[in-house]
Design a binder for this molecule. Structure first.
Ligand code: MG
Ligand code: ZN
Length: 360
C-alpha cells in the first residue's frame, strides 16, 4: 500500500519536475513513512498546564514546540473515570483498558502481551528508563504482569528475562534485598547484563542496566542530569541494533509534584523532562528513521496557570486536588508515522498506532 503510494508520488514528481535535473529518489524515500525506531516518552501526570509551564518557566525555547503533530487522549480506565498510572501504562503497553492498579493484565486479570514482548521477539531492541523505581507502575507495565502495582518484588523478577536490553532508574531494593532472599542482580549477570548501582556511564557494549536508588530516584535538587544522560546512553546502545529499537522514557515525578501540590517540584521535573525531550529530538532529527511520541497517562493536581488575583501579568500556579484528574492529556509526535497521532482518541490508541507502524 505504502510502496504503491510512494511509486505514485515519485511518478508525479518525475512528471512535475520533468524540465529540471533534480533526482526524485530522495523524495520517494521520504514518502515511505514508517519508522525503524519508536521512542515513547511519558510525562506521568503531565496535562496541558504542566506542558505550558515549559513556556513560562524555562529560559530557552520549549522543546514541546518542536513537534509538528499534536493530539489528545482520553484516559479513563476500565473501572474508573479517573485512571491511575498502572491502568494508564497498561493501555500504552498492551492496548487494553484495564482496572486501576493493573500491570500488564486486562480487566479479567488475564496477562496481556506487551509491546516489549512483541517486538523483542523480532530482533527489535528495547529499553525502559524512569525516575521512579524501575518496578513502579509506569515502567513495570511495559515488561511485567501483576494483578497489583504494589507487588514490586514480583514485578522485579520479570526484568532479567523480559527481553529488555537497557534499563535505568531506581528500585535496587526490589532486586537485592528481597523477602524471598533471591539475588536478582546475579540473574542479570546470567542473562548477559552489566548492571551498575552507582552512576550512569557506559559500562558495556550491549545489555546495560542502572539501579541508582533503593526506591525512587532523588528529586532534581540532587538528581542532576540523570534522565537526559541515561536517555543518551540508551540511544547510543539501542541504535546500534540493526533491527531498530523501542524505548520508553518516563518523567515519573511530574506526578509526584502534583500529588504534593508543590509547584516548584512539579516545574523542576517538567523542565528536566523537557530537556530530555531535547536530547531525544536531537537524536531523532539526525537519525531520520525514528518516531518520537510524548504523552501522559493522566493529569495530576488539577494544575492551572492562573492569574495572581486577577493580575494578568503574574502567573500563580495552582492545584485543585492532590490526586489525578479526568482531563484529556496531550500527545506530541514527530518523525515517520507521526501523522497518525493527531486527533482525539483513547489512550489504547497509542499502543495500536505504534504496533501498526512496527508491523508495516
Ligand atoms: Mg509513573
Ligand atoms: Zn499519581
Amino acid at each position: 500500500m505504502n510502496k504503491l503510494l510512494a511509486l505514485f508520488l515519485s511518478l508525479c514528481l518525475l512528471a512535475c519536475n520533468s524540465g529540471e535535473k533534480e533526482t526524485p529518489i530522495q523524495e520517494t524515500e521520504q514518502t515511505i513513512n514508517h519508522p525503524k525506531n519508536i521512542i515513547l516518552m511519558v510525562g506521568d501526570g503531565m496535562g496541558l498546564s504542566e506542558v505550558s509551564a515549559s513556556l513560562f518557566y524555562k529560559d530557552a525555547a520549549s522543546n514541546f514546540e518542536r513537534f509538528p503533530v499534536v493530539g489528545l487522549i482520553k484516559t479513563s480506565s476500565s473501572d474508573n473515570l479517573i485512571t491511575d498510572s498502572a491502568a494508564g501504562a497498561t493501555a500504552f503497553a498492551s492496548g487494553v483498558k484495564s482496572y486501576n492498579g493493573a500491570i500488564g493484565v486486562d480487566s479479567d486479570s488475564t496477562e496481556v502481551k506487551t509491546i516489549v514482548e512483541h517486538v523483542s521477539e523480532r530482533n527489535i531492541a528495547t529499553g525502559v528508563i524512569a525516575t521512579s523505581s524501575i518496578t513502579h507502575a509506569t515502567p513495570a507495565s511495559f515488561y511485567a504482569h501483576s494483578t497489583s502495582r504494589s507487588e514490586e518484588e514480583k514485578i522485579a523478577a520479570y526484568l532479567p528475562n523480559s527481553g529488555i536490553d537497557f534499563f535505568a532508574g531506581g528500585g535496587l531494593q526490589f532486586f537485592n534485598k528481597r523477602t524471598d532472599g533471591v539475588d536478582l542482580l546475579s540473574e542479570f549477570t546470567k542473562n548477559g547484563f552489566t548492571v551498575d548501582t552507582t552512576s550512569v556511564k557506559t559500562i558495556a557494549d550491549d545489555k546495560q542496566g542502572f539501579l541508582l536508588a533503593q526506591k525512587g530516584m532523588p528529586t532534581m535538587e540532587t538528581r542532576g542530569d540523570f534522565l537526559p544522560k541515561a536517555t543518551q546512553l540508551a540511544l547510543d546502545q539501542l541504535s546500534k541494533n540493526e533491527g531498530g529499537f523501542f524505548l520508553m522514557i518516563e518523567g515519573s515525578q511530574i506526578d509526584w509534584g502534583g500529588h504534593d501540590m508543590d509547584a516548584d517540584y512539579l516545574i523542576a521535573e517538567l523542565l528536566d523532562f523537557d530537556s530530555t525531550i531535547g536530547t531525544v529530538l536531537d537524536f531523532a532529527d539526525s537519525n531520520g528513521e525514528t518516531l518520537v511520541i510524548v504523552t501522559a497517562d493522566h493529569e495530576t493536581g488539577g494544575f492551572t496557570l492562573s492569574s495572581e488575583r486577577g493580575n494578568y501579568n503574574e502567573i500563580s500556579p495552582t492545584f485543585s486536588t492532590d490526586s489525578h484528574s479526568a482531563t484529556m492529556v496531550p500527545v506530541f509526535a514527530k518523525g515517520p508515522g507521526s501523522e497518525s497521532f493527531g486527533g482525539i482518541y483513547e489512550n489504547t490508541g497509542i499502543y495500536h498506532k505504534m504496533m501498526e507502524l512496527f508491523n508495516k
